[in-house]
Every structure is written in structure tokens, then in C-alpha cells.
Design a protein around this ligand. Structure first.
Ligand SMILES: Nc1ncnc2c1ncn2[C@@H]1O[C@H](COP(=O)(O)OP(=O)(O)OP(=O)(O)O)[C@@H](O)[C@H]1O
Length: 268
């Protein structure tokens, strides 16, 4: 799949030849530095950008040719849900957290008010949100609590695929741990996940496979353990070398990093 963005006069090739799949119940990480195309990929998978070439299939159904209205319907029915970096943007500031959590179910229109309320309370327990928080407004929650609400909101309609774009980047260390623990718990629920992040450390404990995005292209893909223990591409080696806590190896020296950067220039 390819994606071009920009105006007709300055069209840019943002994603090139992207080809990967997610199996049922599998958690796949997409990592890459700023500008590598991660958010464009998330937006394309959600139907918010249109691929210029190639296809996006969900359970064999071709999605890339669907109209914006069909895409909206696909997101609305809950098959595909998403969590973005900034939970304040996805939660209505004028509504209580409990209201926002129940909103996807109200849109679906299949359950009564009481059923929705009890589902919201059940889910709050699941994501370790005290029930008293349900009556508060988003601005009255901590960043971590808000992001747990966003994840819960993505889950309430029991999606088949949850796309998370930098879900912990805006959080401090303690809140990050809480949200990552929640995501780890989700893995065992059979939901397929795409976890997009610039930080391999966040993705490491949660994903089965990882895709490495560099300058809009996939340069490496494999089991997350293998990517961490035996990275092949110089870009991945640089990423891992800059995150020494991920492996038992010591971090790269300045010379080693420079050598990898030079190699990277040769291959890109
Ligand atoms: N609407 C747009 N028109 C033209 N170029 C765009 C548009 N949106 C993004 N880009 C460019 O596409 C490239 C990838 O952007 P994208 O936001 O997908 O990267 P990212 O990996 O998510 O970065 P970050 O981690 O900083 O959010 C960047 O060079 C960006 O400037």
C-alpha cells in the first residue's frame, strides 16, 4: 500500500510499499522515529487517509475502495476502534467520563440505558478506574486515568481490532506503567492490536511481532523478541542501541552509533 499526502502541487510520497498483516488475537507493534509515517499509517488504517495505491483488507473484505461514509459506518459499528496520543482530544470535555465511556454503545443503539451503565461500570473495574471517577469530567482526571478511559472507550464495543497511536507518549513514568499493564492484560482477551510508538521499550512487553518503519518504508519485521535481540537493519540497530535497558547488551558507543548512521545513509 502507498499513501501520498499534500496538495496537488506538492504531493509527497509518505508511505511506500507498506505490506503487513495482523492475525486474529495478535498484537503487532509499529515503531519508527518522528516523521517516519506512523500517524499517517494509523489514519490510513482508519480510513481517514486514502491509499494512492494498493489495498487494505479486513477479514478478506477490501476497505480501501470504500466511501468515507462506509468507513465511518465501519468505525461506528465498533469493528475497528482506536486510541490516540492525546485523550483530551477524544473525550468530550463537557461530559462526564461515564457518559463518554457509554457513548459508543449509545451510538450503536442496541442496549438500554441501564445495560449501558452496567457495562460501563464493569469495564471501569476492568481498567482499574474507581467508580467515583465515572461522574467526573476529563479535566478532573490525571493523564494516566484519562488514557485508561480512552482505552476503555475503545474496548466497550468489543472491537476486533484496536489501533493505538502513541498511547503512552504523553504520560509520565508512573501513568505509563499503568496503561502498559492494562494493554498487556488486553492481549489475553483475543483482541487484535496495532500498537504504534516511537519507543520500542513501550511496545516490547506487549507485542508478538514488530514492524520497523523508516522514512515511510518497512525496513524490518519479525517477532518482537527477535527484533530486540538480533536487529538486522542499521536503523533498528540504532534504535535498540539507544535503548540499552531492552537487552542485556551495553549501549552503543558514539563511534558505533556513527558507523551505523553511515551504514544507514548507504542503504536508504
Ligand atoms: N497532510 C499532510 N500533507 C503533507 N505531508 C504530511 C501530511 N501529514 C503528514 N505529512 C508528512 O508525512 C510525514 C510522516 O508524518 P507522520 O505524522 O505520519 O509521522 P509520525 O511518524 O507519526 O511522526 P510523529 O511521531 O512526529 O507524530 C512527515 O514528513 C510529515 O511532515
Amino acid at each position: 500500500m502507498d499513501v501520498h499526502l499534500g496538495t496537488l502541487r506538492s504531493r509527497r510520497h509518505i508511505l511506500q510499499n507498506i505490506d503487513f498483516s495482523v492475525r486474529e488475537g495478535e498484537a503487532v507493534g509499529v515503531i519508527g522515529e518522528s516523521g517516519s509515517g506512523k500517524t499517517t499509517l494509523a489514519r490510513t488504517l482508519l480510513g481517514l487517509e486514502k491509499p494512492s495505491d494498493g489495498s487494505i483488507r479486513f477479514r478478506g473484505e477490501e476497505l480501501s475502495t470504500q466511501s468515507p461514509r462506509q468507513w465511518a459506518e465501519f468505525r461506528r459499528t465498533g469493528t475497528l476502534q482506536y486510541v490516540f496520543q492525546d485523550p483530551l482530544r477524544s473525550l468530550d470535555p463537557d461530559q462526564t467520563v461515564g457518559w463518554s465511556l457509554g457513548e459508543p454503545l449509545r451510538i450503536q443503539g442496541r442496549l438500554s440505558q441501564e445495560e449501558i451503565r452496567s457495562k460501563v461500570e464493569e469495564l471501569a473495574i476492568d481498567v482499574n478506574l474507581e467508580s467515583a471517577l465515572l461522574d467526573r469530567y476529563p479535566a478532573e482526571l490525571s493523564g494516566g486515568q484519562r488514557q485508561r478511559v480512552s482505552v476503555a472507550r475503545g474496548l466497550i464495543v468489543e472491537p476486533e481490532l484496536l489501533i493505538l497511536d502513541e498511547p503512552v507518549s504523553a504520560l509520565d513514568a508512573a501513568n505509563r506503567v499503568q496503561v502498559l499493564q492494562l494493554l498487556e492484560k488486553l492481549r489475553h482477551r483475543g483482541i487484535s492490536l496495532i500498537f504504534i510508538s516511537h519507543d520500542l521499550g513501550s511496545v516490547a512487553g506487549i507485542t508478538d511481532r514488530t514492524v520497523v518503519l523508516y522514512q515511510g518504508r518497512i525496513v524490518e519485521e519479525g517477532p518482537t523478541r527477535q527484533i530486540i535481540e538480533a536487529p538486522q537493519h542499521p536503523y533498528t540497530r540504532l534504535l535498540i542501541g539507544s535503548a540499552p535497558t531492552l537487552t542485556s547488551r551495553t549501549s552503543l558507543s558514539k563511534d558505533e552509533k556513527n558507523a551505523l548512521r553511515a551504514e544507514l545513509l548507504m542503504v536508504s
